[in-house]
Design a protein around this ligand. Structure first.
Ligand SMILES: NC(=O)c1ccc[n+]([C@@H]2O[C@H](COP(=O)([O-])OP(=O)(O)OC[C@H]3O[C@@H](n4cnc5c(N)ncnc54)[C@H](OP(=O)(O)O)[C@@H]3O)[C@@H](O)[C@H]2O)c1
Length: 305
C-alpha cells in the first residue's frame, strides 16, 4: 500500500493545524515536528538524529517564530530568531529528506509574498524577481535557498499572502477591535493586501501534494487583488460594525519599528498565475465571502478542535 504519512514542521500552529486536519480527513497520517512533546509530535533533534519517520510521502514546513508578536521588541536577537526558526527548520527538513533512503515524493515550504518588494505600481507573478532589499525579502531569499532537496523529490514553494481565518494570523490580532467597532484602515489604506483564506491555503497544499505535475514557486494568494481599505470595509461589513478609526502609519512605526511595521503599512500586487494555470479552484475567491466565513465571535464549529 502507498505511504500515507505526512510530516509537518510547525504542525501545531495556525496553518499547520488546519492543514493537519484537512490531510487527516483525506486519510493521511500526520506527524508534526515541534519543540514541545505531544502524541503526534517528534522533536527537531529526533528529526536530526533519526531522520524522517518511515514511509513519509510528503513533508511540509509551516514553522516560524511569529514576527507580529507585539509582546516582543524588534531587537537584533528577536530578528535572528525570526530568521533561524524559518531557515534552520527548512534546512533540517531538507537534510532529512536528502538523507532518507525511502524518499518522500514532495517537499512543500510555506514562505511569504514578502519575497517581492512592496510597491504601488509593480505587479508580481511567480516569474518576478525577488530583490532582497528589505529584511523580509532577504529572509525569504535565504529561507527558500534552504529548501535544497535533490530530485526526484518535487519542491513546491508557496509564497503565501496574509492567511485569513478566525483563529490565527492577522484576523486573530484584529478581531476584537473590529468587533467592538474601533477598527479601521492602516495608514492611507491604499497599500495592497495580498490575502488567502486559510481553507484555500490548506487546500492548495493538499493539491500540491496530490498533483505530481505541481512544482516550483506558487503565489499562495487569492486571485482578487485588494487594498487594505477594501479589506477593512469588507471585514467591518461582515461584522456589521463601523470601521472609522484609521491607524496612522507613524504610530505603527513607533510601536513596532518601521522595518516590521512595513508588513502592514506597505503591500504588493501579487497574482497567482501558476496556481490558476495548474487549474486550482479557490473556494474563497472574493473577500466579502471570505470575511463572512470568519466574522463570528464564536463560530459554531471551532476549526482547530
Ligand atoms: N499566518 C500568515 O498570515 C502567514 C502568511 C505568510 C506566511 N506565513 C508563514 O507560515 C508559517 C506558519 O505561520 P502560522 O500563521 O501558522 O504561524 P504560527 O501559528 O505562529 O505557527 C508557527 C509554528 O512554528 C513553530 N515555531 C515557532 N517558533 C519556532 C522556533 N523558534 N523554532 C521552531 N519552530 C518554531 C511553532 O511550533 P512549536 O511551538 O510547536 O514548535 C508553530 O507551530 C510561518 O513561517 C509564517 O511566516 C504565515
Amino acid at each position: 500500500m502507498a505511504a500515507r504519512n505526512i510530516l509537518i514542521g510547525g504542525g501545531t500552529g495556525f496553518i499547520g493545524k488546519n492543514l493537519g486536519e484537512l490531510l487527516m480527513s483525506n486519510g493521511y497520517n500526520v506527524m508534526n515536528v515541534a519543540r514541545m512533546p505531544g502524541t503526534s509530535n517528534i522533536s527537531w533533534s529526533t528529526l536530526e538524529h533519526s531522520g524522517l519517520p518511515n514511509r513519509t510521502c510528503a513533508v511540509v514546513n509551516c514553522a516560524g517564530q511569529q514576527f507580529m508578536d507585539f509582546t516582543k521588541s524588534w531587537t537584533p536577537g528577536f530578528k535572528q530568531n525570526v530568521q533561524n526558526s524559518r531557515v534552520y527548520t527548512t534546512k533540517a527538513l531538507a537534510k532529512a529528506i536528502n538523507e532518507s533512503k525511502d524518499k518522500p515524493k514532495v517537499f512543500i515550504v510555506v514562505t511569504g509574498v514578502g519575497a517581492y518588494e512592496p510597491s504601488d505600481s509593480n505587479k508580481y507573478d511567480e516569474s518576478s524577481p525577488t530583490t532582497g532589499i528589505d529584511f523580509f525579502s532577504r529572509l525569504v531569499v535565504e529561507w527558500e535557498k534552504a529548501a535544497n532537496v535533490e530530485p526526484p523529490v518535487r519542491l513546491v514553494i508557496i509564497r503565501s499572502g496574509a492567511v485569513l481565518g478566525r483563529w490565527g494570523g492577522m484576523i486573530k490580532n484584529m478581531f476584537l477591535p473590529f468587533y467592538f467597532g474601533v477598527g479601521g484602515r492602516i495608514g492611507s489604506g491604499k497599500q495592497y493586501l495580498p490575502w488567502i483564506h486559510i481553507d484555500d491555503l490548506t487546500r492548495l497544499i493538499h493539491f500540491a501534494i496530490e498533483n505530481e505535475s505541481v512544482q516550483g514557486i506558487l503565489n499562495g494568494v487569492a486571485p482578487q487583488v485588494i487594498t487594505n481599505e477594501e479589506f477593512t470595509k469588507s471585514f467591518a461589513k461582515a461584522l456589521g460594525r463601523p470601521a472609522f478609526f484609521p491607524v496612522p502609519e507613524t504610530i505603527l512605526d513607533f510601536l513596532l519599528n518601521p522595518e516590521r511595521a512595513m508588513i502592514m503599512t506597505k503591500g504588493q500586487h501579487v497574482i497567482p498565475k501558476r496556481v490558476l494555470d495548474y487549474g486550482f479552484k479557490y473556494r474563497y475567491g472574493d473577500i466579502d465571502e471570505a470575511c463572512r466565513e470568519f466574522a463570528h465571535l464564536c463560530p459554531k464549529q471551532h476549526p482547530l478542535k
